[in-house]
Ligand binder design. Structure first.
Ligand code: FMN
Length: 218
């Protein structure tokens, strides 16, 4: 009953919250310009917290451009242009983690400054971003990859910097989980994926670590 009421509420909120287009199809290419994140929208934080749950069943229904943009902004978008800080916190403000979107049409790196997705590899590589079949056909898998060289100046033990990178990525992923719950999407944070194959595909060297992944869909 609680879920039904929240679902009805969410339909109302989504349909009333904005006159902006909400259902633009994604056009894949070398870059994908994402729509500016809406100042309002979705359920309240409390409602999203009540709904947040890991899902392991996804339709192959694509996300809209607005949903894709909202998810990327929730993960690692800029919410304070004066200092370029993000929607998620980062230990020592190092921001070592980049977010890669594995889509049916290619792999894209999210560039927060321009709020665009920049293609790094063509084709469907979703099977590298997971070890569970539900992810292979879900419309979006995110892979969180840390540039460990960004911690060099702190001279900390490798396990400490890896710990920080993992914590940063978990914060990004939880932002996405809450955004998804608040916007009628499903999601799951995942640790299982083909880490070495992802780094090889993207041509990323030894100082990069794949720290986490996530599926988002309907
Ligand atoms: C860091 C992390 C890694 C996870 N990795 C996986 C995974 O690889 N595969 C999976 O099916 N679930 C994964 N999960 C989801 C957990 O299994 C799930 O959160 C847990 O069962 C509790 O269920 P709930 O999220 O619905 O509350 C992961 C969760 C976290 C936080």
């Amino acid at each position: 009953m609680k879920t039904l009421i929240l679902a009805l509420l969410m339909t109302l909120v989504v349909s009333c919250s904005s006159n902006e287009p909400q259902n633009t199809p994604i056009t894949y290419g070398d870059t994908i310009a994402l729509p500016q994140p809406a100042p309002q929208g979705g359920l309240t934080i409390n409602e999203a917290l009540w709904l947040r749950a890991s899902s392991r069943e996804y339709a192959d229904t694509p996300l809209s451009l607005e949903e894709l943009g909202g998810v990327m902004w929730a993960a690692a978008g800029i919410n304070r242009p004066e200092n370029s800080h993000l929607t998620a916190p980062s230990a020592m403000a190092v921001y070592s983690v980049d977010v890669y979107a594995f889509t049916p049409e290619g792999v894209y790196r999210y560039d927060a400054a321009s709020h665009t997705l920049v293609r790094c590899a063509e084709g469907d590589h979703r099977e590298l971003s997971a070890m569970q079949e539900f992810a292979y056909t879900a419309p979006l898998n995110l892979v969180y990859i840390a540039d460990m060289a960004k911690y060099d100046r702190f001279r900390m033990a490798p396990e400490q910097s890896l710990h920080y990178a993992g914590m940063d990525a978990a914060g990004y992923a939880e932002n996405v989980n809450l955004y998804a719950a608040g916007h009628g999407l499903k999601s799951i944070t995942r640790g299982l994926l083909r880490r070495e194959e992802v780094l090889t595909l993207l041509g990323l060297g030894d100082h990069y670590k794949v720290v986490l992944s996530q599926t988002v869909g309907k």
